[in-house]
Design a protein around this ligand. Structure first.
Ligand code: SIN
Length: 305
């Protein structure tokens, strides 16, 4: 094992040093990364330089990759790599400008939920030398832990419906949005999905609150009003400052975060001439709930102390 994990000391986050993600990743290093991801939720790999193929290759270690619904703003050669950017070239946006600009959990709207996002910071906007366009996170293990025990008991076994269109319409309603409404065909390809309100994290075995304001529409076992009130309570609770961590970007950062145990929000505090460029892979949780996958990775890392 070569890498070093340095925790931020905050509710989430660690920096992983001494690793070049463009090189093949040894199984024991992958195991260390999985373990750190379970514990710290958000991992920063500084000083990386990945082309689209290398970003895809690294991301695929965690699971299968989602392809953008519209097919727009993807890398011309690697369609699993999406471009998030406010840069306009020859009158045309080169990327999706408003991706993730509110609290949410990517892919909770899928039947197979998301495991991680892998985001590579290529251009970071700055004002007076300070980086803008941070990504904020919230810790859903801690949020679950602190829920009143009668609420935990009452909600245990209940399910939530998540809908891709909820976040899409929220973004569309914002001034200057370039998003068209989803077509019938796109709605058909991304139908709502139902998941337990509490999940057991596949790496740590801890319970997490799995309902996010971006996509969670309804607690299915409650009547409409109770569902609305309970979700409003949970959304307020899960975003308390004590559960939050902010990642301020440096060019060359690769950030990997755990969707099962966190929410996130892309902070839109920069102007049109302050350029931000990120490259992203979204990874399904199609392997991480397989105990054999986790065991193989973790035992490889344990064998190389
Ligand atoms: C995302 O929500 O996947 C993007 C986050 C960001 O650009 O900071």
């Amino acid at each position: 094992m070569t890498l070093t994990v340095v925790p931020t000391g905050e509710t989430l986050g660690a920096t992983v040093k001494d690793i070049d993600l463009s090189a093949p990743l040894a199984q024991e290093d992958f195991g260390e990364i999985l373990l750190a991801l379970g514990h710290f939720g958000v991992l920063r790999f500084p000083d990386q330089n990945l082309d689209a193929r290398a970003l895809k290759q690294f991301s695929e270690r965690f699971g299968g990759l989602q392809v953008s619904l519209s097919g727009m703003y993807t890398d011309p050669e690697v369609r699993e790599v999406m471009i998030l950017s406010n840069i306009v070239e020859d009158g045309k946006p080169i990327g999706l400008a408003d991706a993730g600009q509110d609290w949410h959990t990517d892919m909770s709207y899928n039947a197979v939920i998301g495991f991680v996002n892998v985001l590579h910071g290529v251009k970071v906007p700055r004002r007076n030398g300070e980086p803008l366009g941070a990504t904020e996170f919230a810790n859903m293990r801690a949020a679950y832990e602190d829920l009143p025990s009668d609420l935990k008991e009452r909600l245990a076994g209940m399910t939530v419906t998540h809908d891709f269109n909820k976040f899409w319409e929220n973004m569309r309603s914002r001034e200057g949005s370039r998003r068209p409404p989803l077509t019938e065909e796109q709605r058909r390809r991304r139908p709502p999905a139902v998941h337990p309100i509490f999940l057991t994290h596949p790496i740590t075995g801890e319970k997490v609150l799995y309902a996010n304001p971006g996509y969670a529409e309804r607690i299915n076992e409650l009547d409409e009003e109770e569902s609305r009130e309970t979700l409003a309570f949970l959304f307020e609770h899960q975003l308390k400052p004590k559960y939050r961590y902010t990642h301020r970007w440096t060019e060359g950062d690769v950030l990997v975060w755990d969707h099962i145990g966190t929410l996130h929000n892309a902070v839109a505090d920069y102007g049109p001439d302050e350029h931000r460029l990120m490259k992203r892979c979204q990874v399904y949780a199609d392997r991480i709930f397989d105990p054999a996958f986790v065991k193989a990775a973790l035992s490889a890392s344990a064998a190389h102390p």
